[in-house]
Design a protein around this ligand. Structure first.
Ligand code: ADP
Ligand code: MG
Length: 367
């Protein structure tokens, strides 16, 4: 794209002038399930700065998550609470002795949230995570409704073929021809089974804590296969610029859903004609995924709104307005960012950036 495209970015790469927020500096004591859930929920909130999390057990779930999110980890509580300018310490150890210790040692000006209050907050955060997962699934199911025509078409072709072959077989006397036709029938059945398999795996609920190292190029190809049911791709030129071994860490089902959504949006914006470019790149600091289209583009005044829940410019049945909202939450959960560049009448590019985290050493390319 040429001359100054409009930008909007969500996450660390914001380019819109945002009101200067008061950052609340928060520390978490206890990295069990409660601490881990709090960390997960709070790190997504831009006005909160996670100063660190402390636990004696280096294998606690919250410690692992903190490493992924680049949140400092402490094994001694006293080291953590010595951080300058701490506003709030959340104690989820449930240990009354800890509360006393904190009251004695905490610098003036810092508040403590402990006991039932921190339990309540943890419960709320978990509840929100469940709602988020439900919303993701509901939006996916709503989208699958629009697949019906595509599936019917793709199932009908092999079924018609099977019918024709079976009619021939009923009168066929030559054994060699019978064998050939039987083989064709088997191939046609395999094609319909493959369609069913793609869709059942796509429509299943993303398991909540299924984290893996995902080969991005393969996921993009899988998404393209699924998106074919939702949108007509026959007149779309598809360009793939894949860098081998592009890997990210996250939930494979959720990432597939993200890619299907971005591709569907791109194709819908092109009104059945144009070029869809899928691109992956690995740099020293991050893995990047780009989905670009040569579609209608997004007017500057709407660019800041497209990630809002229920914001859609599509007629009922075509859009829910939840796609980009869900994408943003999945990407944030993966500690990534999403940014968009768009020019009306020329097209849009969505860029996902996944910084290599401190566990990047584990990202050995699969052979
Ligand atoms: N690639 C794109 N090109 C043009 N407009 C887009 C693109 N992707 C998203 N949009 C705009 O953002 C809105 C919100 O997208 P989304 O959250 O996926 O909801 P939906 O697709 O259900 O409308 C769309 O209605 C559309 O106006
Ligand atoms: Mg959409």
């Amino acid at each position: 794209m040429t001359s100054s495209p409009m930008h909007a970015a969500i996450g660390n790469e914001r380019s819109e002038p945002a009101p200067v927020p008061i950052r609340i500096r928060v520390a978490i004591i206890g990295a069990g399930r409660g601490g881990s859930a709090l960390l997960d929920g709070l790190h997504q909130i831009r006005t909160i700065e996670m100063v660190g999390i402390a636990d004696r057990d280096p294998s606690a779930p919250g410690i692992k998550r903190a490493h992924e999110l680049n949140v400092p980890v402490y094994d001694r509580v006293s080291d953590l609470i010595q951080n300058q300018g701490l506003h709030l310490v959340m104690d989820v150890t449930g240990d009354p002795a800890m509360e006393h210790m904190l009251r004695d040692q905490l610098p003036p000006g810092a508040d403590i949230l402990s006991g039932q209050a921190s339990r309540l907050l943890w419960t709320l955060v978990q509840h929100e995570a469940l709602l988020q997962a439900e919303l993701l699934h509901a939006e996916k199911l709503a989208g699958i409704g629009s697949f019906a025509a595509g599936i019917a078409h793709d199932m009908n072709n092999p079924l018609q073929l099977i019918l024709g072959l079976a009619e021939n077989l009923a009168e066929e006397t030559d054994l060699g021809a019978v064998h050939d036709q039987a083989r064709d029938i088997i191939e046609a059945v395999k094609r319909t089974t493959a369609i069913c398999r793609d869709l059942t795996s796509y429509s299943r609920r993303a398991s909540l804590r299924q984290e893996a190292i995902i080969a991005v190029n393969g996921k993009l190809d899988e998404a393209l296969k699924i998106a074919r049911y939702a949108v007509a791709l026959q007149d779309i030129e598809i360009r793939k610029r894949y860098q081998p071994d592009a890997l990210v860490k996250g939930n494979p089902d959720e990432l597939l859903h993200v890619f299907v959504n971005l591709i569907t949006n791109a194709v819908q914006a092109m009104a059945d004609k144009g070029t869809l470019t899928l691109e992956t790149a690995v740099t020293a600091d991050a893995t990047r995924v780009r989905v670009s289209d040569t579609g209608c583009g997004i007017p500057p005044e709407l660019l800041g709104r497209i990630f809002e829940p229920f914001f859609t410019t599509k007629p009922p049945g075509k859009g829910t307005g939840l796609g980009l909202y869900n994408i943003k939450s999945v990407i944030h959960h993966m500690n990534g960012t999403i940014a968009v560049e768009s020019q009306v009448g020329r097209g849009s590019t969505f860029t996902l950036t996944f910084p290599h985290d401190s566990t990047a050493g584990e990202r050995k390319p699969t052979p």
